[in-house]
Design a protein around this ligand. Structure first.
Ligand code: ATP
Length: 317
């Protein structure tokens, strides 16, 4: 159990201090959606117009399928190679892989911030090229690693983007994200100002704001970018619990940095240099004698045991 809760850092899975991967997605998404984001911005490239004849996405079950997807930001340099996987309706897919292996790029394609150069991505059988971006993005909620907060009240920050949300909706979402007890302790409760010029929130609290936003949005599909930076173990467990509750009954993709998250997933994609080198359940993957995942797991265990022994020795008089 101890090893299971440790960060996935042994194999260089967590080799960076700041992760702005999905923050970028969120920002680009907001710009595309024409929302105010405190900065001027146009679309990105020529990718921001719907195809002629694009139809609204209709999500029934929420099954996501990638089929032989290739992609490069620059035609001269391919970043994703032949990506194929299926996220069945209601399942949680964990994506693991080192820095630069293509995890965030995969999510950007799901948002249709870019289109594949080959292959198709579909949701419930509808090719993302043929659906309107507005309906696609309504169907997907993101919980980024680092949530952008506005110099506004905590209620505004939770309700951000949902103009029709009532105070009761916001309080319900905050409860679902286990933020309400924290908010009740603040001087002005839901009207407390946060952000640069207000209350500074911890990484875990910010991520919980994003979880509350996602509860409020109530989309059939969720993308969760797990924090790489170490939160304390209690916050980490709490976030995982909240995320699991959010993921209930939705299809979710988690960029995972904690073994416990990975172990719980219905399917694991192991990425290296823009390819899925292994995929399967935890049990299937650890059973592969020389598998990348099996090696990572073994190393993680060894490190866990080592730390356990060191702690025991240090505790001895
Ligand atoms: P990390 O864990 O560090 O966030 P990642 O697995 O999410 O990494 P990506 O961000 O998807 O990896 O990057 C995959 C590759 O694509 C990298 O080689 C990266 O340099 C390149 N890349 C990412 N974003 C862009 C961009 N906007 N323009 C050009 N190249 C990019």
């Amino acid at each position: 159990i101890v090893q299971v809760c440790m960060p996935l850092n042994t194999l260089g899975f967590v080799f960076r201090e700041t992760n702005d991967a999905l923050v970028n997605v969120e920002r680009m998404f907001s710009v595309l959606a024409g929302e105010r984001y405190g900065e001027a911005g146009g679309g990105i490239g020529d990718e921001d117009r719907d195809e002629p004849g694009a139809r609204d996405l209709v999500v029934a079950a929420g099954e996501i399928v990638f089929e032989h997807v290739d992609f490069g930001y620059d035609p001269a340099r391919q970043v994703l190679h032949d990506i194929s996987f299926r996220a069945s309706a209601g399942h949680t897919i964990a994506v693991v892989g080192g820095s630069g292996s293509g995890k965030s790029t995969l999510v950007r394609l799901l948002f249709r911030l870019y289109a594949p150069s080959r292959g198709t991505i579909s949701i419930d059988g509808q090719d993302l090229r043929q659906v309107t971006r507005r309906t696609l993005r309504e169907a997907i909620g993101i919980v980024p690693q680092d949530t952008v907060l506005f110099n506004e009240t905590i209620a505004y920050n939770i309700g951000y983007g949902r103009v029709r949300a009532t105070r009761a909706d916001i309080v319900r979402a905050a409860r679902a994200a286990q933020l309400d007890a924290f908010i009740e302790r603040l001087p002005d409760h839901y009207d407390t100002r946060v952000g640069e010029r207000g209350l500074r929130l911890s990484g875990g609290e910010r991520q919980r704001i994003a979880i509350a936003r996602a509860f409020l949005k109530d989309p059939p599909i969720i993308v969760f970018d797990e924090a790489t930076s170490a939160l304390d173990t209690r916050s980490e467990r709490a976030i995982q619990t909240e995320f699991r509750r959010l993921a209930q009954g939705r299809t979710s993709i988690v960029i995972a940095h904690r073994l416990s998250t990975v172990v719980d997933a219905d399917r694991i994609l192991v990425m290296e240099h823009g390819r899925i080198v292994e995929q399967g359940t935890h049990d299937e993957l650890i059973a592969r004698p020389h598998g990348v995942y099996a090696r990572m797991w073994a190393l993680q265990r060894e490190q866990g045991e080592l730390e356990h022994t060191q702690r025991r020795l240090a505790a001895q008089p």
